[in-house]
Design a binder for this molecule. Structure first.
Ligand code: ADP
Ligand code: MG
Length: 231
């Protein structure tokens, strides 16, 4: 079980206290796509970084499988980041001198005769691009490599911060479809942060943030299928 209970995050900027998050509470389900929606500055990245163990909250509890991550020491946090979390950002952060296959294999510490890197790339529809370098791929393809790389760690949570931020609409939908499938076919909790309200219908659960607070939580009984025509 993954659960946030009254998570708050404050920053001290000079004499002023900036509230990035205030009393955020909601559960996160494995095998589901959770979309965190909100305008710029609403606290989305701060929240994602707390979920990923990259930042700690000022107050409240973050429970992961019965453990309170907010009380983890540095060693436990490092362990948590390595074993639990996969991260995808709008910047693909691929190593330019490595092929798609190598980018995935290196991150997962796989040896050359291990075929799992290939399997993860096949999962995101890139079987034909294994030996391409980042400079030989489109933005959407690079993002798919970065998703395959994150999946190769077998994360329990896949955190995606504006994963389609640099992509056109059609490519963005392709990425959302892949993330929808990842959530459905693995036991991973997929969490996508976006400022684009048109993605809302693809999520199982939609959490709207405004000024650091939860504005609404909506569950889609049956999220929209992103059409097969999106290639
Ligand atoms: P979003 O990702 O939704 O755009 P952020 O989580 O980046 O929002 O930021 C939420 C709020 O917290 C903003 O008002 C931002 O200015 C503030 N903030 C974020 N990081 C810091 C920081 N390191 N120091 C001071 N204020 C910060
Ligand atoms: Mg952000």
């Amino acid at each position: 079980m993954i659960k946030l209970e009254k998570i708050s995050k404050f920053y001290q900027v000079g004499d002023e206290q900036v509230t990035a998050l205030q009393d955020i509470s909601f559960p996160i389900e494995k095998g589901k796509l959770t979309i965190i929606l909100g305008p710029s500055g609403s606290g989305k990245s701060t929240l994602l970084n707390i979920l990923g163990g990259m930042d700690q909250s000022t107050a409240g509890k973050f429970l992961f499988e019965g453990e309170n991550v907010t009380q983890f020491d540095d060693h436990q946090l490092t362990d948590y980041r390595r074993k639990v979390v996969g991260f995808v950002s709008q910047f693909y952060n691929l190593v330019p001198s490595l092929t798609a296959l190598e980018n995935v294999a290196i991150a997962a510490r796989l040896t050359a005769n291990d075929h799992r890197a290939e399997e993860y790339l096949a999962k995101v529809g890139l079987k034909q691009r294994l030996n391409n370098f980042p400079s030989q791929m489109s933005g959407g393809e690079m993002q798919r490599v970065s998703i395959a790389r994150a999946l190769s760690k077998k994360p329990e949570m896949l955190l995606c911060d504006e994963p389609t931020g640099a992509l056109d609409t059609k490519t963005s939908l392709r990425i959302m479809k892949i993330l929808q499938e990842v959530a459905k076919t693995s036991k991973t909790a997929v969490i996508v942060v976006t400022h684009n309200p048109s993605f809302e219908r693809y999520g199982d659960c939609i959490v709207r943030l405004r000024d650091g607070r939860v504005e609404s939580i909506k569950r889609n009984p049956v999220p929209s299928e992103i059409g097969e025509d999106v290639k």
